[in-house]
Design a protein around this ligand. Structure first.
Ligand code: FAD
Length: 358
């Protein structure tokens, strides 16, 4: 049995920065990381302050190295998965966790920095290209596609999201001067009112055509990287209904975002004392839920949960956060976990003194 003040589950940017912040207090900290990072397939990251264009694996390696160099006296990093996590009722409280090798951990505080999983449209080749030529974000890798042929994909499963995505296409992406620029409706017939609604083009059907976007409504049968031409490109095929097209990249919004695979069994409503929110995220506590310790006003979202002593950081509680945001959330969670730990100890000292115990 290992006993620590803080257990951090997940060693992506959020978990590593949470551990670094907490380690400043010289209290014991253990990080577990099963290593299925959300941006694992990506070779270049952008908007990470000070690390523009760097491989995200190098960035994580740097954070891990710095944790080891500076804080290894009290902080330990373990490669592995936590398979069970329970709140201890009564006694000293805290949490009990078990890793996949059956090792037991007792922790006074826990930070869930477990990330999320993007569920993509079921199109052959899509998963292989995710984070490379199938992209989801202008800030992460959109800018590099400027002035090239480009496709925006809208699927029926994304009908509730599509109108918003169309608007983003028109407000955020126009400076990239893609030529040609395709709208792929993947089997949705945008010539009907219902089809335009599903694809999100109710409002902008005429405008996008005036602006030079080309609709292709045929269902996609495959995407694959075409390296036969001088600049490698993404080839998109439509069976026999439309000739293939070749683009630099394609924008896709995941059809579903869920907790990461390794975290899903841990994040039950029973354990969290609250259902997961939209995009599978851990919900913050209800306003006024906790007294005594508190978030400094306007620093960021409350990293606590409905369960005292349990915190979230990064995508597990904010699926749209990028690396820098996740790092900031990790720092806040690490600081607040430390503050709450100290607060518990102070209350216990005061209580012991009242009872005449030295
Ligand atoms: C394709 C793609 C490209 C991106 N590019 C960029 C970019 O260029 N710039 C940018 O700022 N952001 C980018 N992002 C967003 C970025 O990936 C996230 O902001 C970031 O990964 C969030 O960090 P995190 O620590 O919350 O989660 P993650 O990095 O996903 O880390 C979570 C970790 O927790 C582990 N874990 C889960 N459950 C358990 C368990 N039970 N036990 C132990 N470990 C567990 C997972 O295995 C994983 O290692 C991109 C996202 C995608 C999808």
């Amino acid at each position: 049995m290992t006993s620590v003040n803080l257990l951090v589950i997940g060693g992506g940017p959020a978990g590593l920065s949470a551990a670094a912040m907490f380690s400043r207090l010289r209290r014991s900290c253990l990080i577990y990381d099963s290593g299925s990072y959300r941006n694992a397939t990506t070779l270049h990251s952008h908007t990470i302050s000070g690390y523009e264009g760097v491989d995200p694996a190098i960035y994580r390696q740097t954070l891990r190295g710095q944790l080891k160099d500076w804080y290894s006296e009290k902080t330990e990093w373990r490669k592995g998965k936590i398979v069970s996590l329970l709140k201890v009722e009564g006694g000293e409280g805290g949490f009990e966790a078990i890793d996949e090798e059956g090792r037991e951990i007792k922790a006074k505080k826990v930070i869930l920095a477990t990330g999320v999983k993007d569920r993509l449209p079921d199109i052959p080749g899509m998963a292989e290209q995710w984070g490379r030529r199938v992209i989801h974000c202008i800030f992460c890798h959109g800018t590099e596609t400027a002035k090239h042929p480009f496709a925006f994909l809208y699927t029926k499963a994304n009908a509730p999201m599509n109108a918003k995505m169309v608007e983003k296409m028109l407000t955020m992406w126009t400076g990239l001067d893609h030529e040609p620029r395709y709208i792929l409706a993947n089997g949705i017939d945008v010539d009907t009112e219902e089809g335009r609604k599903d694809a999100g083009f109710e409002k902008y059907h005429d405008l996008v055509q005036q602006k030079g976007y080309k609709y292709i409504t045929s269902a996609i049968t495959s995407v694959k990287e075409d390296i036969s031409i001088s600049t490698s490109a993404l080839e998109i095929t439509f069976g026999t209904t439309h000739p293939p097209i070749s683009v630099h990249s394609m924008l896709v919004f995941p059809e579903k975002i869920t907790p990461s695979t390794d975290a899903e069994p841990l994040l039950t409503e029973n354990f969290l004392q609250a259902p997961l929110g939209a995009m599978g995220i851990i919900a913050p506590p209800k306003p006024g839920r906790w007294e005594g310790t508190g978030v400094p006003f306007r620093i960021g979202d409350d990293p606590r949960t409905e369960v005292r002593g349990l915190f979230w950081a990064g995508n597990s509680g904010c699926a749209t956060g990028n690396v820098t945001v996740s790092v900031a959330q990790g720092q806040l969670a690490g600081a607040m976990a430390g503050d709450e730990l100290g607060h518990d100890e102070l209350m216990s000292d005061i209580h012991a003194n009242h009872n005449g115990v030295q």
